[in-house]
Ligand binder design. Structure first.
Ligand code: NAP
Length: 288
């Protein structure tokens, strides 16, 4: 699903207060996207422990800032948990009383923490949406997988989706276990493309191309190929075949990739990341 056009209003969020708990990089990207999308600054609040960061947030977005999480969360329909996973438990348990009194929709972007843990830390029976965005969300070009627990109603789905669409493309995932695959695909995915760009640049430099030119051409090739993938509508396989003439240079390179087991290597990498995601979640569950 495509994000709303910047000028289109977001009627489902009108007059619904949204509280961000944690005002770091991801919260700032989301707040910026929401305000661009037409949400009123008066409907957005943020809790952030550092005074300097609160001042920056207030100056940049003209929103209410709080040192205390409960002060920001009070009367908000949606709580966005935008703190690091390590502090999430402490943040949630301190808000359990308020969560039980208000029953907000809780949207967590913390990597790896299961919805059941969050609901439990907040006192139980809480509507929790988990989102797994990726770093390009900071540019409004994110890819996010979303999972909602059984307490999230249609309105809660809409609220959470609107927030995450502010920073890019979103898809709902039915089975929470599949969030580990989303993490391995799109969460960690930008690093795979950086690795490929790095390797392309190094290979071209090793063959004599000046580094600045190799870097610029590798980066622009990633951007152009990515745009074709998104904008053309054809599959990656079709696009690859279109640029591969029999006996040509691309065919020679692809043969070298195949000989080196590229597809199996990518499958191994995604498998390793999926497994690691599940292990980290299990560790967090054990520590809970
Ligand atoms: N960045 C990404 O690309 C990305 C992608 C996927 C998921 N995520 C998830 O998004 C979440 C936020 O990541 P981020 O990159 O935005 O991190 P970040 O920039 O470090 O933001 C976290 C913010 O929370 C604040 N904070 C710390 N303790 C707090 C508390 N007890 N109550 C309220 N706020 C508190 C921090 O303040 P201080 O600076 O004072 O510590 C910081 O401003 C993480 O859970 C991460 O897993 C991020």
């Amino acid at each position: 699903m495509q994000p709303p056009a910047p000028e289109s209003p977001a009627p489902d969020l009108e007059s619904r207060r949204i509280a961000f708990l944690g005002g770091g990089n991801m919260a700032r990207a989301l707040i910026s996207g929401l305000l661009r999308g037409g949400v009123a600054a008066t409907d957005v609040r943020v809790a952030e422990p550092r005074a300097e960061a609160r001042m920056e947030l207030a100056q940049r977005f003209a929103i209410d800032t709080h040192a205390d999480n409960a002060a920001a969360a009070r009367d908000a329909a949606l709580w966005v948990l935008a703190v690091k996973p390590q502090v999430l438990r402490e943040v949630c348990t301190a808000l359990a009383g308020l969560a039980q009194a208000q029953h907000p929709v809780v949207l967590s972007i913390a990597a790896g923490i299961r919805s059941a843990q969050i609901a439990r830390w907040l006192g139980g029976d809480i509507a929790v949406v988990r989102a797994m965005p990726n770093t390009p969300a900071l540019l409004g070009a994110g890819a996010t997988g979303l999972y909602a627990n059984a307490h999230v109603d249609a309105d809660g789905h809409t609220l959470a989706m609107r927030v995450m669409q502010a920073v890019g493309l979103c898809h709902w995932i039915e089975d929470e276990a599949q969030m580990d695959i989303v993490t391995a695909l799109s969460g960690s995915g930008p690093a795979y493309f950086f690795l490929l760009a790095e390797a392309l640049e190094a290979a071209a430099v090793a063959r004599g191309l000046p580094q600045d030119i190799a870097r610029a051409l590798a980066a622009q090739t990633c951007l152009g190929a990515g745009r074709m993938l998104v904008e053309d509508g054809a599959s990656a396989s079709e696009l690859r075949q279109r640029v591969t003439s029999p006996g040509g240079t691309t065919a020679a390179a692809l043969q070298a990739f195949a000989a080196g087991g590229f597809t199996a290597l990518v499958a191994d990498a995604v498998g390793a990341a999926t497994q690691r995601g599940a292990e980290l979640a299990a560790q967090a569950e054990g520590a809970a």
